[in-house]
Structures are given as C-alpha cells and as structure tokens.
Ligand binder design. Sequence first.
Ligand SMILES: Cc1cc2nc3c(=O)[nH]c(=O)nc-3n(C[C@H](O)[C@H](O)[C@H](O)COP(=O)(O)O)c2cc1C
Length: 443
Amino acid sequence: MWEFLPPRVRLRGAPDLGAPQSQRLAADYERFRDGLPRPLESYLLSAYDLDATSAYGGWRVKNPFGKASGQLSLAPHQAAKDAEAGLGFVVLKTVIAQDRLGAQTMREWAIPETRMLVERVRGRSGVEGWTVTWKGRGWFDTFEAYQELLKASLEIGKAAQMVVAPSVKYHLPTPQEDCWKEEEYTFTTSALVETWNSVLPQAPMPLEKDFSPTLAGSERATQQEQILEWLRRVPGLIHRAAPGKVRVGLKLFNALFEDDFQIRCLQEIGKPSRGEDRADFLVYANRLFDPEKEFEGKVGVAYGGPDLSDRNLAVLERLRTIAAGDERRPEALPLSATGDIHSGRIAAEYLLRGASSFQMHTLFQLPDSEFTMRAGGKTEKALHHLWFHPAEGFIAWVLHLRRRFGWSPQMNVEQMACWCCENWPAVSAALSDRVQSASQMFR
Ligand SMILES: Cc1cc2nc3c(=O)[nH]c(=O)nc-3n(C[C@H](O)[C@H](O)[C@H](O)COP(=O)(O)O)c2cc1C
C-alpha cells in the first residue's frame, strides 16, 4: 500500500466572504431548496459578480461542474435530466474500443453491470466520506448502441449548452506484448468522430481515454516503464486516427506504486515538446485500488472517498511545486478534476491546483437524506449543495479566495484556475496547514 502523505494546502475553517455576501448566501441556500434559479449562471453573475464560465476539453462550458464517466451516463434519459438540472458537461460511460470486425483486446472490461453498493468509508486521515463498491466495468452493449447514445446525448447537450464527451478504453499492451492494436484506435476514434460531426459538424470532439483504477490490479500495469510507455504513445495514436478532429484527455488512474510514480506519470504527460503525441487535457485522477478488499467473491476493488481526494490533492500540489521551481516552466495542461468532489470546498481545493472543471460520480449516488434541497432530481440537489452551501459551497469559497488573493470579479473560473497555476508559490504560502496553524497561534 502506498504511503499516506496528506496534502499541505487546505481550505480550513469557515470561508470569509464578508457579512453582506454571507447573509445573502445563507438566504439563497434556504430559498433555493425548492428549485435553483434559472439560468443559474446569470443569477450568479448578478447576485455575486461570479462568472461561472470555464473550460473543459477545449470547449467553453457554462459552468465547471460535470458528470464523470460511469453508470450514470449510459442512457439518454440520464443526459436529459442532467441538461435540465444545469450541468456544464457530461462524460459518457466508457466504451471498450474495437476494430472494424468487432474484436476487442480489452474485452475483459466489457462485462455486464452488477450491483452497486454505496457505503460510508473512513479515510486514513480519520475523515468520513462515501465510496461506491461494485464489480462492473465498461460499456456492455454493442458499439452501434454506444454511437446512438452519443448522438442522442449530443443533441440533448446542444440544446442545453451542455458539452458531452465520449470515454474510451483502447488496447494497452501488456509487458509481454510488443505491438499496439492500432486498428482499435483508428476504427473506434473515427467512428465516434463521425457520430459527433453528425450533430456538431467541424467542431473538434473531446474524448477521454480511460486508464481505469481496475488497471492497477491487472497484470498489464505491473511495470512502471510499461505504464509510462502507454502515456507516451496513446495521445498520438488517437490524434492520428482523426487528425485535427479530436481533443484527447488522458484520465489517469492511481497506480499501486508510491506518489513519486504518479508525479513521473504527470510529468511524462505534460512534456511540452511532444507535438501530436501530447494530450490536450488531463483528467486527474480516477479511483484508488484496494487489491485485498473482497466484494461478492471478487478480490480487488476500486474505491474512493477521503483517501482519494487526499491523495489526488497531495500529488497535484507536489506537481505544482516542482513546476514552480522549474525555470523552463512548461505550460500546464488544462486540468479537469475528479475524485471525492462532494462539496464546493473540495472543488475549490482542486481549483487552487489549477483545475478548471470538476467531475463527480459518487456525489450523484448519495441518498437524498444527504441533501437539503426538497425538490428536483439528484443532479439538481447536488448542484444546490455544491454551489450554495453557506460553509461548504463553491460560491462561498470562491468569494473567500477572491478577497484573499485580490482577484478581480471579472475573472471567470478558468481564469481563476490559470491564476492559481501561475501563482502556486503564493497559494501555497498563504494556505499551507503550517502557516494557517501558526497564524492561529498568534491570534
Ligand atoms: C460505479 C462507477 C462506475 C464508473 N465507471 C467509470 C467508467 O466507465 N469510466 C471511467 O472513466 N470512470 C468510471 N468511474 C470513475 C468515475 O468517473 C470518477 O472518476 C471516480 O469515481 C471519482 O469520482 P467520485 O469520487 O466523484 O466518484 C466509475 C465510478 C463509479 C463509482
């Protein structure tokens, strides 16, 4: 098991947004329990001077909150509910790539869906949270059915200004293999691009390449050099399958190795001189893997909760610290965060590390009793909590950070993320736990 090294930079205590804004937010939180204001983004702008627009996969998104790939984005009716609730983007369930004859090298991931268990979990820090345990993996229906899902979801998304992206698991060679099944890359990518362009002609398609946590437990991922080779080769294979038509996002997994290896992976992905072999954006990071935990007869399952956000935040802050000390300062890849985003406070902690969008899965599976909104579906309840919670919400923490760092109200969420990347030493100096506890001692 990897060593637990918690993040140093945290948003502690209560947000300080000034009395008038604080009172307004508390009133709004109560008022919107029966329904969010529409359009939400215009309300945020007029009430809080908060420009919610941001970026995901090279696209402008109306707000930074999205649904991560999984069981909650495998049917058009789910996309329709998300569009109605006001998500900024949705990533569809991962499809397993195939060649033109339908052969799939990663077919062991195309197994039917099984029961999901939403359960409480205690992190290594002692903090309690939630995790989902299950055995299922990728899309199990036909590839044609996936194309239909993509088309229907794109149409829904287009009408609601909600970006929709497919997610794919392509062939990855094992340590014993020395070739890549390039046809899987060519066939699957070009077919998805064709479907995408039937709804959005000319526009480049964002695509997430899913390196899932269950890979961590597979014999494919036992060697570090092998994993690094995947990261070097995959973006180029996808780009060349549809030149100029696809924006590749690598969704990284948490390997069973120590954090140093996660940093090596991130540095490999971020190398600036790689041309079309460089990814266009990064999704960080899919769930942890517990090789010993048993669920319904299967030993080894993925999990999330506080350990996931602790590990992701710790690795990202180390990455930013290393980059800040590098004179060449390679430009950071656009970052979409995933992993235990159960509050606006955690989203803001990812924002501080340069994330311009936030994608959730577990939050949308929590029981209704975890939310205070009375009306609406789960997505709307989650958005009410993420935006408006007076102590844990994104509005509260963005207003707090604006006061703290002197941000102009003209900055949108993407610009805040860029500012944090460029000014990481200032962020770290102001918000590291050591500094915060020292300043409390002198109060
Ligand atoms: C039930 C379940 C199914 C998932 N399926 C996929 C998937 O098909 N592809 C993928 O890239 N990630 C998948 N994930 C990972 C999520 O997209 C997400 O990145 C991860 O769970 C971390 O976010 P969370 O802590 O908000 O759940 C799945 C997660 C869960 C819980």
